[in-house]
Ligand binder design. Sequence first.
Ligand code: NAD
Length: 260
Amino acid sequence: MLKGKAAIVTGSTSGIGLGVARALAAAGADIMLNGFGDRAEIERTRQDLAQGFGVRVLYSDADMSDGAQVAGMVQTCAEGLGGVHVLVNNAGIQHTAAVDDFPDERWDSVIAINLSAVFHGIKAALPHMKAAGWGRIVNIASAHGLVASVNKSAYVAAKHGVIGLTKVVALETAETGVTCNAICPGWVLTPLVQKQIDALAAREGIAPDEAKVRLLSEKQPSKQFTTPEQLGELAVFLCGPAATNIRGASITVDGGWTAQ
Ligand code: NAD
């Protein structure tokens, strides 16, 4: 379905981004991977995707906290893969602290990576999509783009911002072949969430497995984690013909979290 299309997935060396990159590659898209991590492991992932799905796969080490590097990655994709047809803004970080204890530099990093990078990526990619007459922007927001939790001021502010930005871009592209939507996952068991489980286990003096159940029970009525594979399939659906008129939507995949 996506043969001949080039897709950038930010933060795709781990977790949800890797699940989305894999699903897009399985649908035939050439992929620009991005994110941090062990270089040898990233190269293995790059080769696995390329050989496993018969697509071209490049890797960019651009730091999403730097707008110029975000724009540079988009340009590298256009030159290396012949266009920028799909942009999945996924890279994200978390920091938890009460607002009156929240370190200024952590606020700045969370806003830069989780929100400003989405703006810089869209700004750089849109001209390529408009020129091609087709494009798909998928922003990985969060249940925290719709509702709040304590101790997550920067994250919740950034994710609410991503949902607002998604709507504006959808309106500005409404009469074009470009769509822009957000996916709002609840808990997904990735390194980002594992850190929160470990912190909960340490704080409460409980086993990691019990911390997992406690974390899910607090917010997610299904008491099941969403998987990166499920989110990858949803991203592929949003790139498909059935989703042509889905514009500015925030699609929850949260086990009922925001239905409460
Ligand atoms: P993760 O920690 O497994 O992966 C984050 C990815 O972003 C990694 O590839 C990392 O290298 C990359 N990254 C971090 N900082 C970067 C930077 N400055 N420049 C480039 N890449 C950078 O996390 P995840 O859980 O897979 O999260 C992915 C996205 O999904 C995030 O935006 C997160 O907010 C969102 N999300 C996650 C959950 C969840 O439960 N895990 C729920 C809702 C939303």
